[in-house]
Design a protein around this ligand. Structure first.
Ligand code: 2YG
Length: 276
């Protein structure tokens, strides 16, 4: 997962209403509906939890350190979804302690390797990569009017891609995937011995892009999808940064693209953290 910069998330909180309206136009689902669908949660239960559960976001200074607006963007999303949220003034261990002492039920925090939500009461750790994979597939179901028996190409079999594949298989989609690391490809095939009829390995990225209408871009390559190599009716789920589409393609094609640096992943982490 590529490291965010403040530039990627500046203004995110203030644009959430606009972002949600755009998401609804594209997918017929709100951010709340996408998160609850991905987490297998009823909206009623989620809303009931939002009335009683508190969220703390703890800035973490280890490694490359704090990303400007990162903690406040997470707070923006969890607040937007109805959960009282505070960002601890302190960082790291002191911040975690203060979050718990000030009554947080759920903690969000990230170092350079892991971005997690912790449900203290249920001893649950929700990973951003898994939540992002599920959340973007749930959104793509809306964009594609359902994915059952449809062929979906997943590019990248890392944390996000492998969870996207798992969720796609569970909703009855046919999955083709490719990854530059043959070990990841082998591991995935071995993970689903009973799903081999719904799993296909692609080896040539450009060829694959032309052949699939539904694409989940879960790889760290930038701007590899262009006007020339994309299926004419392609619908793309592109979590995080860098964006796999070229900037000019994205500007003309964004009505068929679900892309954000943080929102769907954080919303789904929250829903998975409060799980039923
Ligand atoms: O607390 C802070 O401000 C920093 N320690 C946060 C560092 C986060 C590093 N991780 C990333 O930038 C991405 N892996 C986050 C995931 C983006 C969602 N697609």
């Amino acid at each position: 997962m590529t490291r965010l910069t403040e530039k990627d998330i500046k203004g995110l909180t203030y644009e959430l209403k606009l972002y949600d309206a755009d998401l609804y136009r594209k997918t017929g689902m709100t951010l709340l509906q996408i998160a609850c669908t991905a987490a297998g949660l009823s909206i009623d239960y989620f809303l009931q939890q939002s009335a009683s559960k508190k969220v703390a976001v703890v800035p973490i200074t280890v490694g490359q350190g704090i990303i400007g607006s990162f903690a406040s963007s997470i707070q923006g999303v969890t607040n937007y979804l109805g959960f009282e949220t505070f960002v601890t003034e302190e960082t790291d261990v002191t911040g975690i302690a203060k979050g718990v002492i000030n009554g947080a039920d759920i903690l969000f925090m990230a170092d350079d390797n892991k971005f997690i939500a912790v449900n203290l009461e249920k001893k649950l750790i929700i990973d951003n990569g898994k939540a992002t994979g599920r959340g973007f597939v749930a959104a793509m179901q809306g964009l594609a009017n359902g994915l059952k028996n449809k062929e979906v190409l997943v590019i990248g079999a890392g944390q996000v891609g492998s969870e996207a594949i798992s969720y796609l298989l569970s909703i009855g989609a046919k999955v083709a995937f490719l990854d530059s690391d043959p070990m990841k490809t082998k591991a995935l095939i071995e993970q689903y011995p009973d799903k081999l009829s719904s799993l296909k390995i692609e080896s040539n990225l450009n060829q694959a892009l032309l052949n699939y209408k539904y694409i989940v871009d879960a790889c760290p390559l930038a701007a590899f999808m262009t006007q020339d190599n994309l299926h004419p009716e392609a619908k793309v789920a592109a979590p995080g940064v860098p964006l796999g589409l070229t900037a000019d393609l994205y500007s003309t094609y964004q009505h068929n693209v679900i892309h954000d640096p943080l929102q769907i992943g954080v919303a789904t982490m929250l829903a998975m953290a409060v799980c039923q």
